[in-house]
Design a binder for this molecule. Structure first.
Ligand code: ATP
Ligand code: MG
Length: 456
């Protein structure tokens, strides 16, 4: 890792180096918090977790060839050098901030209430047509995941596409300090994390902390269809580039055509050029994500042909509208997460599916005091979309079921209170030819439902 000597690392995190003078200039080859991934030449960061304490693994990582460890505790007889810090988590951010600034790369930082991972995947797929790209793996988007992603950067990378997720004020400021984005993308200002951020204006304020460390010659890319983002006129003298499907934004799409579960086609326009593109993942929201990627691609000098190739090469991520063909049922595995906006978007795709349309929906978390109303709205939406069988599981989902029943549009509505009951009755509810949408907030563990469906 470029310029990452133990001495520099200790300085970057305000830690105290314990070890020999000659080892001080040794360069670490990687940084990890997972003792199982500790390898020769690495710096192992011991983090005291809720269940396991990383400090317990210090002897074993030295045995695996670790160069040094970072520890919150004083170590009696360590088998190698160590850096002592007050907080490993704080230290990791300081080290990542220092490392990022050693690298001559462009960083694209992506935030927003919904669609960060999905947008990150399209942006990375597009930029990979021209550059060597490193992207956040999975959902490593928080104050630990982001630094760990930064540590994976090497000299050969030209661009980092980083997902940045928050739930509190001040958090994005700290993430941005680490990432130092050249390009900031905000997908939307929705209704997640209302518990801490109060209302959409609070969310807007919290997310726009991403601009605090934006480079002077940086670029801001915003969803212009979002009424809150649309109010941003200028930041540090930089005018945002808006994308959207409502009206002719600098980057926009029209002639949108659903291809059912195979995806969605559209014509994308940017800088006076137009191109027909097939986004291989369904849902109107994927058009917006593709537009965000187009705007980033244009900012980094890609041709429309390269952008199209990148969008069309996109691969689905597990749990996010991943279509699984199992026997003669089609499962829409969207179990990774949910909120009112994404629930409605997924129900809209299900509406166009063939066969019997089944939606297995669970509770959505972190919605604050209006959570019952927001669940009811999803129920109304299911009814409006004439879902044949709506199954609602969880505590607050009863409001979804009641609203759907009151509206009368669904063929059948079932309220199944617990996961256990749901898994038991599932085989008797599913018929051949069904298309089954599975969606709930992460804490509901609806991956169990997807697994069960694959056993039917
Ligand atoms: P998290 O906060 O958990 O990291 P995220 O912001 O990364 O979530 P994704 O995992 O990309 O969001 O998507 C969550 C859900 O929202 C998925 O079901 C996906 O289909 C849907 N979705 C993706 N992009 C958008 C979008 N631009 N607008 C609305 N819904 C979207
Ligand atoms: Mg995510």
């Amino acid at each position: 890792m470029k310029n990452m000597s133990l001495e520099k690392i200790a300085q970057a995190c305000g830690g105290v180096y314990h070890g020999s003078e000659e080892m001080k200039q040794s360069i670490v080859e990687s940084i990890t918090t997972d003792s199982r991934q500790a390898a020769k030449g690495c710096l192992f960061v011991a983090i005291p977790g809720e269940r396991v304490d990383g400090h317990d693994f210090i002897p074993s990582v030295f045995e695996k060839g670790a160069l040094a460890v970072l520890s919150e505790k004083e170590l009696a007889n360590p088998a190698g050098p160590y850096i002592q810090v007050a907080s490993s988590l704080e230290a990791v951010k300081g080290i990542a901030e220092y490392y990022r600034q050693q690298l001559d790369i462009k960083v694209v930082g992506i935030t927003g209430s919904v669609g960060k991972t999905s947008t990150k995947e399209v942006i990375a797929s597009v930029l990979a047509q021209k550059y060597n790209v490193l992207k956040t793996l999975g959902n490593f988007n928080n104050e630990l995941g982001l630094p760990l992603t930064v540590f994976r950067l090497r000299d050969e990378h030209q661009i980092a596409v980083l997902e940045m997720g928050i739930s509190h004020f001040g958090e994005m400021h700290r993430l941005a300090k680490v990432a130092r984005p050249d390009i900031c993308v905000i997908t939307n200002i929705g209704q997640c994390h209302l518990e801490f951020l109060k209302d959409r204006d609070g969310i807007l304020r919290a997310k726009t902390e991403i601009f605090d460390f934006l480079k002077e010659d940086g670029c801001i890319i915003l969803n212009g269809d979002d009424d809150k983002l649309d109010t941003i006129e200028e930041v540090k003298g930089i005018k945002p580039i808006f994308f959207g499907v409502e009206g002719q934004r600098p980057v926009y799409a029209d002639e949108i055509e659903s291809l059912g579960l195979s995806g969605i086609a559209c014509t994308i326009h940017a800088d006076g050029e137009s191109i027909r593109v097939t986004v291989p993942i369904p849902g109107g929201h994927m058009v917006l994500n593709a537009l965000a990627a187009t705007a980033v691609g244009r900012a980094l000098g890609l041709t429309m042909q390269e952008i199209k190739a990148g969008i069309e090469a996109l691969e689905p991520v597990g749990g996010r509208f991943h279509i699984i063909n199992h026997g003669d049922i089609q499962i829409i595995d969207d179990c990774y997460n949910a909120n009112p906006v994404s629930m409605k978007a997924s129900l809209d795709v299900l509406r166009d599916a063939k066969g019997r349309k089944v939606a297995i929906l669970g509770d959505m978390g972190e919605l604050g005091e209006n959570e019952e109303q927001m669940h009811a709205e999803v129920g109304y939406h299911a009814a409006k979309n004439k879902i044949d069988l709506l199954i609602c599981t969880g505590k607050i989902s009863s409001h979804m079921a009641e609203a759907a029943m009151a509206n009368g549009g669904c063929g059948e509505v079932l309220q199944v209170p617990t996961m256990e009951a749901l898994l038991t009755c599932l085989p008797s509810l599913i018929q051949s030819g069904d298309t089954v949408l599975v969606k709930a907030s992460h804490f509901m563990h609806f991956e169990k439902v997807v697994k069960k469906l694959q056993e039917i």
